[in-house]
Design a protein around this ligand. Structure first.
Ligand code: BZD
Length: 838
C-alpha cells in the first residue's frame, strides 16, 4: 500500500482555527475515526485508512437524514416506488455524498490542513461496479433523482460479491481480473440480518383439498436460501431525504448441514453453504446478450422474491391490508431481468395469502410497470422450459395459468387469428420451448415504456407490435436522463464554478436553467474562460493517459472520444476504419492539412464476445503503429484507456471535444453517455439513433454533426439484400483501409489476425459500416474544419451544454412519477437522536 502522507497528530487543531468551524469538526471526526474505527496512528495509516476514516466521518453526517427519512415514511405510510434492477452501477459514494451534503469544500480544506489531498482519498474508493453499462448506470441515476425529488423510493437489487471485472490490457488484448470491491470493507452499507427472508428453489408442487373443498398448492422446494439485506443510504441533493438502496446477499440457512456433518462428510456439509452463496457471488458480465444459465435465473428469482417479501413485511408493520399492495408500492421492472416478479407476486398473494386469482391478478397488473432497454434479439430473455421448471416449478404452473387466461382474451379479441395467438403466447412453441420474459412483463404490467422516442416507436412497430395493438394505452416513452450532480457538479468542478458564477446554482437541481447560459455563448470573455476549463480538463486527462497508456497526447489537439461497452452495433470499428483512412491520407500526402486529433477509446468487452475483443485488439494495434510513426504522430494519436468505469468516466467526459455516438440507426435504444458528453460541452458526431435524435433537436442541427442512414433506410437497405462488397467497390479509400488490415499492416505482417473481422464486414456487415463509411468520413471533415475556428467551436460547445437541460434524470423521473407511478414527494423534517423515544 502507498506510503502515507504526513498527518499532524495534534488533536486536529489546524492553522486559522475557529473553535466550532465545520472544517475543524470534520478534522476532529476524521482523526477520531482514524483512531477508533481504523485503529491506526498516522505513522502506520495507509491511504485506504485515510479514505475509510473520511468515509465514516461522512457516513455519520448522513445517518441522521437516513433515520429521519425512514421515520417519516413509516409514520405517513407513504406510497413508495420500488425500483427492481439486477444492476446498479453506482460509482464511488464519497465524493457524491460530499456534494449532496454541501461538504465538499470543507472536506477539501480540512484534509489539506492535515496534509492530505482530498482527490487522492476519493480515488482510494473501490467503486461498486454492480452493473454492466447503460442499464445499470441508469438505475443509479434514477435513485439519485428520486432522492433529490424527495420521492419515497427503494432500489432493490443484488449485492454481488464480485462486480463487473477489472479490464487490463496485455499485448493489446483485454484480460479480465476479478473485481474484489469488498476487500477493505464497505463503509456505506449496513447489514440488516433481522430482515432476512427465505427463498425456495427447485423441487416439485403438491395439491390438496381443505375441509371446505378448496384446492391448495404446496411448493416443496429441494433447497432454500437466506436473503440478507444490505442497505446503502442514497442522499438527495441538499435536502433531508436519504432513501435506501437495498441489496440482497445470499446465505445458507445453516452454515453446516449437521446431518451430513455427523456422517463425517465435511465437504458435503460445507457444500450447501457454497452453493447458496453462489447466488450473489458474481455479476454476469454480458450486456445485451443473454445465455440461458440456470444460475442467472436463480439470481433473478432470488432478488425479486426477497424484495417482494420485504414489501409484504413493510405493509404488515404499517398495517396496510394486503389488497392495497398496489396502492402502497409502485414496482418498476428494469428490463425483464426482474420480470419473474409478476409470477412471484401472484404466488405470494394466492398460495401464501390465499387471495383469489382474479383479485391477485388485478393487484399484480396495477403494481408493475415495465421498461424495455433493447431491441436486439440476442438480448431478449427466454428460458428453456425444462430449465425453468427445474428452478421454479410452481412459477411455471402460474405462468401457464396466466397464459391460458391471456390467450383466451387474445382469441376473443382476434377471432380466428391463431398466428397471432402463437406470436403473443408467453410460451414459445416452435422448436425448443421457452418462457418469453418480455411477454410476461407486458401482460403483467399496466405500463410499458421505451427509453427514447425512436426506441419507443420501434417497440410499438416491431418487437411488441401485437401487444401495442391490443393495449395501445399501456405504451409510452420515457426518454432517459443522467444526474447532473455526479456528471457535472462532481466530475467537472471547474465548469461548475464557471456556470454557477454566471447563472447561480439553481441549475444543479433544475437543469433547464442552463438555458440562461445561451447569451454567454456570444461573450468572448466567457468563451475564453470556457475554453480554458476544457483545456485544463484535457491536461488532467492527458496525465492519466500518460500514466496508464504510456502515450503522450497533446491537450491542444481535438479530443475525439468513444467510451461505452464494446459491441458491433455500437461500431467502434467504424471509427477504427476511419482512423486508418486518415492515416492512409497522411502517409500518401505528407503535407495534408489536418486538424490534429487524439482518438480516445474505452470500454469493456464481454469476456466471451470474441469479435468485441478483436475490435479492442484492432484499436490498440492501430495505436501502436500510428503513435510511433513520426510522419503522422503530430496529427494523429490513438489510445485505448483500460477499464472504463464510472470513476474513469468522471475524468473523461469533461475532457472531450467530440463525442462519438455512431451506432447503426435503430440499434441503440437511447444511450446516456451521449448526454454526459453534451452537458460537459462536447459536440456530437452521431447517427439518427436513440436519444441522439432528441439531443440534436435540443442543441440545434447546426451544432451537431449528423451522418449515416436512418433506421428506416437501414431496414430498407437490408431488406433489399445489402451487399457490402458493392460499397467497397465504390469507395477507393475504404478499399485501401481494408487492404492495409488484410495485409497485416497493423499486425506485423500477420494477415490472419483480423481476418474474422474483415471477413465479417466484407461478406455480411450486419451493422452496415460500409454503407455509412463515406457519410461518416464526410462528417469528420466538417468536424475538422469547425474545430479550427476555436471561437465558433466554443460557442457551439456552450450551446450544447446550455441546451442539455432536458437530459437530466430529474426530468425523466418526474415523468415516471406523473405518468406511471402516481407518487408524490414527501418532505422530511430532521430528527435528532434526542427526539427519539423508545
Ligand atoms: O440501456 C442499454 C441500452 O443499450 C442503452 O441504449 C440505454 O441507454 C441503456 C439505458 O436505458 N441497455 C443495456 O445496458 N442492457 C444491458 O446492460 C443488459 C444487461 C444484461 C442483459 C441484457 C441487457
Amino acid at each position: 500500500m502507498n506510503q502515507p502522507q504526513v498527518v499532524s497528530p495534534n488533536s486536529g487543531r489546524g492553522p486559522d482555527d475557529e473553535p466550532d468551524s465545520p472544517t475543524r469538526r470534520l478534522r476532529h471526526a476524521f482523526l477520531h475515526h482514524l483512531f477508533y474505527t481504523q485503529g491506526k496512528f498516522p505513522a502506520l495509516a495507509t491511504k485506504t485508512d485515510y479514505y475509510l476514516a473520511l468515509a465514516h466521518t461522512v457516513r455519520d453526517r448522513l445517518l441522521q437524514r437516513w433515520i429521519s427519512t425512514a421515520n417519516e415514511y413509516t409514520k405517513n405510510g407513504s406510497r413508495t416506488v420500488a425500483y427492481l434492477s439486477a444492476e446498479f452501477l453506482m460509482g464511488p459514494h464519497l465524493g457524491n455524498n460530499l456534494i449532496n451534503l454541501g461538504l465538499f469544500d470543507d472536506a477539501r480544506k480540512s484534509m489539506s490542513e492535515l496534509g492530505l489531498n482530498l482527490d487522492d482519498l476519493l480515488y482510494e474508493e473501490e467503486e461498486p461496479g454492480l452493473g454492466n453499462g447503460g442499464l445499470g448506470r441508469l438505475a443509479a441515476c434514477f435513485i439519485d433523482s428520486l432522492a433529490t425529488l424527495e420521492i419515497p423510493a427503494v432500489g432493490y437489487g443484488i449485492r454481488y460479491e464480485f462486480g463487473i471485472f477489472h479490464q487490463t490490457l496485455v499485448d493489446g488484448w483485454q484480460v479480465e481480473k476479478t473485481d474484489k470491491w469488498l476487500r477493505y470493507g464497505n463503509p456505506w452499507e449496513l447489514a440488516r440480518p433481522e430482515w432476512s427472508v427465505t427463498v425456495k428453489l427447485g423441487g416439485h408442487t403438491e395439491r390438496m383439498q381443505d375441509n371446505s373443498g378448496q384446492l391448495h398448492v404446496r411448493w416443496v422446494p429441494n433447497r432454500t436460501v437466506l436473503g440478507v439485506p444490505y442497505d446503502t443510504p442514497i442522499l438527495g441533493y441538499r435536502n433531508n431525504t436519504a432513501n435506501t438502496l437495498r441489496l440482497w446477499k445470499a446465505e445458507a440457512p445453516e452454515a453446516f448441514d449437521f446431518a451430513v456433518f455427523n456422517r463425517g462428510d465435511y465437504q458435503g456439509a460445507v457444500n450447501q453453504k457454497v452453493v447458496s452463496e453462489n447466488l450473489s457471488k458474481v455479476l454476469y458480465p454480458n450486456d445485451e446478450h443473454v445465455e440461458g444459465k440456470e444460475l442467472r435465473l436463480a439470481q433473478q428469482y432470488f432478488f425479486v422474491s426477497c424484495s417482494l417479501q420485504d414489501m409484504l413485511r413493510i405493509m404488515k408493520t404499517q398495517h396496510v391490508p394486503l389488497h392495497e399492495f398496489h396502492e402502497k408500492f409502485a414496482v418498476q421492472l428494469n428490463d425483464t431481468h426482474p420480470a419473474i416478479g409478476v409470477a412471484e407476486l401472484m404466488r405470494l398473494l394466492t398460495d401464501e395469502h390465499q387471495m383469489h386469482w382474479n383479485q391477485a391478478w388485478d393487484i399484480t397488473r396495477k403494481t408493475f410497470g415495465y421498461t424495455n432497454h433493447t431491441l436486439l434479439p440476442e438480448a431478449l430473455e427466454r428460458w428453456p422450459l425444462e430449465l425453468f421448471k427445474r428452478v421454479l416449478p410452481r412459477h411455471l404452473e402460474i405462468i401457464y395459468e396466466i397464459n391460458a387466461r391471456f390467450l383466451d382474451e387474445v382469441r376473443q379479441r382476434y377471432f380466428g387469428d391463431e398466428a397471432r395467438v402463437t406470436r403473443m403466447s408467453l410460451i414459445e412453441e416452435t422448436g425448443e420451448r421457452y418462457v418469453r420474459m418480455a411477454h410476461l412483463a407486458c401482460v403483467g404490467s399496466h405500463a410499458i415504456n421505451g427509453v427514447a422516442e425512436l426506441h419507443s416507436e420501434l417497440l410499438k412497430q416491431d418487437v411488441l407490435k401485437d401487444f401495442h395493438e391490443m393495449w395501445p394505452a399501456k405504451f409510452g416513452n420515457k426518454t432517459n436522463g443522467v444526474t447532473p450532480r455526479r456528471w457535472i457538479a462532481l466530475a467537472n468542478p471547474r465548469l461548475t464554478r464557471l456556470i454557477s458564477g454566471a447563472i447561480g446554482e439553481g441549475w444543479i437541481k433544475r437543469l433547464e436553467e442552463l438555458r440562461q447560459l445561451e447569451p454567454f455563448a456570444l461573450d468572448p470573455n466567457f468563451r475564453a474562460g470556457w475554453r480554458e476549463i476544457k483545456r485544463a480538463n484535457k491536461r488532467d486527462l492527458s496525465d492519466v493517459i500518460r500514466k496508464r497508456c504510456g502515450v503522450a497526447v497533446d491537450p491542444s489537439s481535438m479530443f475525439d472520444v468513444q467510451v461505452k461497452r464494446i459491441h458491433e452495433y455500437k461500431r467502434q470499428h467504424l471509427s477504427a476504419l476511419h482512423i486508418i483512412g486518415l492515416y492512409h491520407r497522411l502517409k500518401t500526402n505528407p503535407n495534408l492539412e489536418m486538424t490534429p486529433r487524439t482518438f480516445i477509446f474505452g470500454g469493456k468487452a464481454a469476456p466471451g464476445y470474441w469479435m468485441a475483443k478483436l475490435i479492442i485488439r484492432l484499436i490498440t494495434s492501430i495505436g501502436e503503429v500510428v503513435n510511433r510513426d513520426p510522419a503522422v504522430r503530430d496529427k494523429l494519436r490513438v489510445v485505448f484507456l483500460p477499464n472504463f468505469s464510472v470513476t474513469n468516466g468522471q475524468r473523461i467526459y469533461p475532457a472531450a471535444d467530440l463525442s462519438e455516438q455512431i451506432s447503426t440507426a435503430g440499434k441503440e435504444a437511447s444511450g446516456t453517455g451521449n448526454m454526459k458528453f453534451a452537458m460537459n460541452g462536447a459536440l456530437t458526431i452521431g447517427t439518427m439513433d436513440g436519444a441522439n435524435i432528441e439531443i440534436r433537436e435540443q442543441v440545434g442541427a447546426e451544432n451537431f454533426f449528423l451522418f449515416g442512414l436512418t433506421a428506416h433506410e437501414v431496414a430498407t437497405v437490408r431488406g433489399n439484400g445489402y451487399r457490402p462488397q458493392d460499397y467497397l467497390d465504390g469507395n477507393a479509400e475504404l478499399r485501401e483501409v481494408i487492404s492495409l488490415i488484410r495485409h497485416g499492416y497493423f499486425s506485423r505482417g500477420d494477415g490472419e489476425l483480423f481476418r474474422p473481422l474483415v471477413d465479417s464486414l466484407v461478406n455480411h456487415d450486419p451493422y452496415c459500416l460500409f454503407a455509412d463509411y463515406q457519410s461518416y468520413a464526410d462528417a469528420h471533415e466538417r468536424v475538422g474544419t469547425a474545430y479550427r475556428d476555436s471561437e465558433d467551436w466554443t460557442r457551439m460547445s456552450i450551446l450544447n451544454s446550455a441546451r442539455s437541460g432536458l437530459f437530466s434524470s430529474d426530468r425523466t423521473i418526474a415523468e415516471y412519477c406523473r405518468d406511471i407511478w402516481n407518487v408524490q414527494p414527501v418532505q422530511v423534517p430532521i430528527l435528532s437522536h434526542e427526539d427519539v423515544r423508545v
